[in-house]
Design a protein around this ligand. Sequence first.
Ligand SMILES: Cc1cc2nc3c(=O)[nH]c(=O)nc-3n(C[C@H](O)[C@H](O)[C@H](O)COP(=O)(O)OP(=O)(O)OC[C@H]3O[C@@H](n4cnc5c(N)ncnc54)[C@H](O)[C@@H]3O)c2cc1C
Length: 431
Amino acid sequence: MEDEAFDVVVVGAGIAGCVAAYRLAEAGHSVVLIERGSAAGAKNLSGGVFYCRVMEQVFPGFVRRAPVERVITRNCISMTNATSAVTVDYRDERLAEPVNAVTVLRARLDSWLAEQCEEAGVMVMPGVRVDELLLEGGQVVGVRAGDDELRARVVIAADGVNSFLARQAGIRPTEPLENLAVGVKSVIRLPREVIEERFSLTGDEGVAYAMVGDCTQGIAGGAFLYTNTASLSLGVVLRLDDLVASGRSSSEVHDHLLAHPSVAPLIEGGELLEYGCHLTIEGGPQMARRDLTRPGLMVVGDAAGLTLNTGLTIRGMDLAAGSAIAAATAADRALRSGDLSQRAMDVYRTELDGSFVGADLATYARAPHFLESALLYRDAGPLAADVLHGVFDHDLTPRRHLVGTARSAVKSSPVSAAQLARLGLSALRSL
Ligand SMILES: Cc1cc2nc3c(=O)[nH]c(=O)nc-3n(C[C@H](O)[C@H](O)[C@H](O)COP(=O)(O)OP(=O)(O)OC[C@H]3O[C@@H](n4cnc5c(N)ncnc54)[C@H](O)[C@@H]3O)c2cc1C
């Protein structure tokens, strides 16, 4: 890299970085997008359900033009036990009209996004790792990568969950274990027809499973299984503190998922295409309350801790895109006015808080606390299965109404009715 000056340096060509760079180049600014991977998407991993309506604001016709896999029209929420599973299976054509969520494979999607950036005039620099921010009198004036310095009027840090830049700026401390989860994911190839028959799908319809309980060996977090065109993405997301306390390794829990009776028949005959591991943020809503700017600097996407896990949905990609739009709006205004001060950067916070990102983070502020309940992962599943077993197992003893069946299931469970009521109430308030 030469000593060259740009209007904007964006660090990280994930969803957040690509969206911010594209928006700013479209607005007429000179933008460089730096990515440490050999290509955009080479190092990125996501479960893969993208709540993608936000992308239509940036790339009209996104679902048609971008390399997306399937349109999610069916969502299954499953409480898994060693030999049983209780599943809510929600299928709705309205989820496809307009399209709400799609499955994506990041290697394909991110390289498409980087191509759009290049076409809009962004200088994309893969294979370069940024080491630090350049500071002059408290103002961020660029970045350093190895021996090279790249100067810019605004720096956007989109460098993901481990953001060194946010840490250097004093925006994020070293993350405590309870704020982090580790994701282990496999992509398994299966013929398109087998997927459509096995999951009863037609055309480009897709299904997303969210699972808790025995599938993660009772460790806080959950498992997912998403259908792609001719492959399945599946894996576990495990809260780090609970994983450490369990004494298990994340790969062992992942292998347990693949062999689980609820999952094994769905992947039978498949061929492993990819296997990866990545950190993710838990407790996003609390973390996002932090300041996200310094003079000349804005932090977006995972780098800012913007993820939302409610147990029903895992979201990070749409929040990354939403935060990038907010940051690009603020950066555009700052560049046009020539004011790159803290006050000008804070327009990003106002834009973010006024967007769906800020609103949803506020709405689900209690979700991380709700997901801390061990009841969810260890006791709720067996209890739900016991109630249904009492309903469906006609063992020739006299039948009882549902209340009686439920009462005796609760009696033989380690969970009290009061604990259950509290969990239900907490779910209603948090989700
Ligand atoms: C297992 C798992 C499952 C998930 N499932 C879902 C899901 O189904 N749906 C969903 O919406 N979200 C999901 N998420 C969250 C989602 O993946 C993230 O929120 C999203 O990828 C964040 O995008 P981003 O652009 O902020 O960061 P990233 O996608 O992480 O991009 C950061 C980029 O910065 C680059 N970079 C880092 N440091 C440097 C540096 N120093 N110099 C140059 N480049 C650098 C990286 O190589 C990377 O390309 C999941 C996450 C995990 C781990």
